[in-house]
Design a protein around this ligand. Structure first.
Ligand code: 13P
Ligand code: SF4
Length: 362
């Protein structure tokens, strides 16, 4: 039994091991001829199979370009969910990580949903196993349960609400104004950030993103001193010492929009490095600098690369389409309960006019 004071700790070692395994499975880069041949084959297979490709901003830039060139979409996790749900293709191919594939399947049970790699995990999802999470909820059964989208279908099924980073602040503010006490999982940094900004009464699960956790405040301050004219963009999965230095804190799509909108011609960016592809297209004349992952306490194992997002590549996409492989299945009881909490989020997003798309660039 988990008491109200305790927060379960999931083995950091097993998460580090899963990340290390993923790093060993990243494909070698392709020569130009093979790359062009695969792109042609994938385009043909997507059309033949009435399949649509939905890609996250962190995946390989060829996949992002291919998604756009074939009528698919590049987006943050909120918009990926909405787009896959509303699109009329028979098959949704998700270039991202497992929770994104599961979310697509939960919303579209009659569609075939394919993932590029079945081991494309997320440290937040791994750090929040459904059984322990359920016990944590039982220990706080007077609280409204809000979970981040980066969780398994079973965790979402236990939640009242699902949120993504695009909408977390607004939804928690809304629930706080209704006098609700909240249980938040799994990202402790994002949880801390919304708690501080809204004043909501929240108990937090204690997981982290292994990528954003590597950004260090001290090293970022040093870079800011070298570039005093730069604006700082930070994803809220980062530690508080990094968030407090930000000019803009937001989801991937919100950071890309900020890069476009802000007057600064130089931007320091604290998020996974796959974002630079779309960010540079959105803000073509601007200098983009990666926020440092070095400095005190750094392990630099991730260095702003998500090992699981990097499992998405042209080779795997072609394989999946050739073999109809890696189909996502979600138990119907779990699916139907998770659907309720995800649809609440989509309805709320619509009501307040939030989208995870970048206008004119997605
Ligand atoms: P976004 O919803 O901001 O795209 O974030 C997803 C994610 O996994 C960030 O690490
Ligand atoms: Fe999960 Fe972090 Fe990778 Fe996003 S970047 S998918 S939060 S491990």
């Amino acid at each position: 039994m988990i008491s109200a004071q305790q927060t379960p700790q999931v083995s950091q070692q097993s998460i580090a091991q899963a990340a290390a395994n993923a790093r060993t499975r990243v494909s070698p880069s392709l020569d130009a001829g093979e790359r062009d041949r695969l792109i042609g084959e994938i385009k043909r297979m997507l059309a033949e199979q009435n399949a649509v490709l939905v890609a996250h901003y962190y995946v390989d830039s060829d996949l992002q370009d291919l998604a756009e060139a074939t009528g698919g979409h590049v987006a943050d996790s909120l918009e990926m969910a909405r787009f896959g749900y509303e699109h009329n293709a028979n098959t949704v191919v998700v270039a991202g990580v497992r929770f994104m594939g599961e979310t697509a399947k939960i919303l579209s049970p009659d569609k075939r949903v394919l993932l590029l790699d079945t081991e494309a995990d997320c440290s937040l999802d791994l750090g929040c196993p459904a059984e322990e999470f359920s016990a944590f909820c039982d220990a706080h059964n007077d609280r409204t349960v809000v979970v981040y989208a980066n969780t398994s279908a079973a965790v979402k099924a236990r939640a009242d609400w699902v949120v993504t980073s695009s909408i977390a602040l607004k939804l928690v503010k809304h629930l706080h104004e209704q006098g609700k006490k909240l249980l938040w999982a799994p990202d402790k940094y994002l949880g801390d950030y919304v708690r501080e900004r809204t004043g909501a009464d929240m108990v937090l699960w204690q997981s982290t993103c292994i990528v954003h956790e590597e950004f260090k405040g001290i090293a970022l301050r040093a870079l800011m001193r070298q570039h005093p004219d730069a604006a700082v963009l930070v994803h809220p999965e980062s530690p508080s010492g990094v968030i407090e230095l930000a000019d803009v804190v937001g989801s991937t799509s919100q950071l890309i929009q900020a890069a476009k909108r802000l007057p600064a011609s130089k931007l320091i960016v604290a998020t996974e490095d796959g974002i630079f592809h779309k960010m540079q297209q959105a803000a073509p004349g601007k200098v983009l600098l990666a926020a440092p992952t070095a400095g005190d306490g750094a392990t630099c194992e991730s260095c702003a690369h998500c090992p699981w997002m990097k499992l998405n590549d042209l080779q795997r996409l072609a394989q999946v389409l050739r073999n109809s492989a890696n189909e996502v299945h979600v138990d119907e009881d779990i699916r139907s309960r998770a659907e309720v909490s995800i649809k609440r989020m989509l309805t709320f997003a619509k009501q307040i006019g939030i989208s995870g798309a970048v206008p004119g660039n997605a």
